[in-house]
Design a protein around this ligand. Structure first.
Ligand code: GDP
Ligand code: MG
Length: 354
């Protein structure tokens, strides 16, 4: 049972159904650092979790399980990552896990209030070709800011389910797992992002070469893109020579074209982004203005200075008066109860004055 004012009772909520033959589902939580993976993970699993390290590395692996309706959900909380390259150990661990048979459905936990940054990882997950569901977290913040996200258009563009949730307010949790339970084996469309002709031509050529070598290769588009990015891990394990096609690293081009895609997508799905929201932005714009910024800064500092010496002096005087009468009162009271001079001095000159 959860403690405190936490109204979401995991203990009961997800363990009510006790069917004979529950299906098991392996679910991986992937997302940027601070997107709310752990909060979401804890909301489902409560205190029942196992913490270990990923094999061979000191990256924490958090696992938990719960039963809901006819399923046993086995959750894994993956380390926070921005990308699925092989530059950091966290990225490598995540990538290996996603590509392994260990996982049935990926839950991409994204901070909806930072959609642009978070969707970059989403696009990479879609390209990896595993079943993926987008959990649009922090929806409470979106509402608070008066922003709106077009929840019809977003899944239409990404071609994956998009479920709005708030891990903190515990909203959308049931529907998210419901969606996950129906998403096993449902593969995303790896062609959601279409690159420039130059890159697409190269992808097709690499794909052909990979398929000639291994007709059953799983998602050759992903490997082709990684080869064009000069991904070390993938290059080392590449069974064919593609050096004539991959004449240089196309990593920057691929990154930029993904962000171009996201920019257009945001234009389409983020409604009311200016509203209310950006009171702080407006203040920022004034305070950091090219011309007025410095004069405003000096003005504020001058005002603080002035207030310190005018208003401050007045307040100081009043306060000193209060303190004096308080000390006198305390001294009288101590005298009345026959406290010794040392104790009186300690309290009046030491503690009160101090
Ligand atoms: P992780 O790095 O992805 O595991 O993210 P955490 O679960 O540690 O969450 C990062 C911060 O976001 C914490 O301060 C959470 O309390 C906060 N947070 C997580 N989910 C939500 C949410 O739905 N709404 C709000 N307002 N804050 C959230
Ligand atoms: Mg975490």
């Amino acid at each position: 049972m959860s403690a405190g004012n936490n109204s979401y009772d995991k203990g009961n909520r997800f363990n009510t159904y006790n069917t004979k033959e529950a299906k098991e589902l392996q679910v991986g939580f992937v997302g940027n650092p601070n997107s709310g993976k752990t909060t979401l993970f804890n909301a489902y699993t409560g205190a029942q979790l196992k913490v270990a390290n990923w094999p061979g590395v000191t990256v924490e692996k958090k696992e938990g399980a719960f039963k809901y309706h006819n399923h046993i959900y086995k959750l894994v909380d993956l380390p926070g990552i921005y990308s699925l390259t092989s530059y950091t150990i966290e990225e490598k661990v995540s990538r290996q896990y996603i590509l392994s048979d260990e996982v049935d459905v990926i839950v991409d936990v994204a901070d909806a209030s930072n959609l642009e940054r978070n969707l970059y990882l989403t696009l990479q997950l879609i390209e990896m070709g595993k079943p993926v569901v987008l959990a649009l977290n922090m929806m409470d913040i979106i509402e608070e800011r008066g922003m709106e996200i077009d929840l019809h258009r977003l899944p239409e563009i990404l071609e994956i389910p998009v479920i709005p949730v708030s891990a903190r307010k515990k909203t959308g949790l049931d529907i998210l797992m419901h969606t996950v339970s129906h998403h096993k084996g449902v593969l995303p469309n790896p062609h959601v992002v279409v690159y420039s002709d130059l890159i697409e031509d190269k992808i097709i050529k690499i794909e052909e070469r990979l398929k000639a070598r291994d007709p059953d290769i799983y998602n050759p588009r992903f490997y082709a893109i990684k080869l064009l990015e000069n991904d070390l891990d993938i290059m080392e394990n590449c069974p064919v020579d593609v050096s004539d096609i991959v004449d240089r690293s196309y990593e920057t081009d691929i990154i930029n074209q993904k962000y171009d895609f996201i920019e257009e997508l945001i234009e389409e799905v983020l409604v009311n982004k200016q509203e209310k929201a950006m009171l702080t932005d407006k203040v920022d714009r004034i305070l950091t203005h090219k011309v007025f910024g410095i004069p405003i800064f000096l003005g504020i500092m001058g005002l603080v200075f002035l207030l310190t010496f005018t208003l401050g002096d007045g307040i100081k005087g009043v306060f000193e008066g209060w303190l004096e009468s308080f000390s006198e009162g305390a001294a009288d009271a101590l005298l009345a109860i026959n406290a010794g001079p040392i104790l009186t001095s300690l309290i009046v000159d030491g503690i009160i004055a101090g």
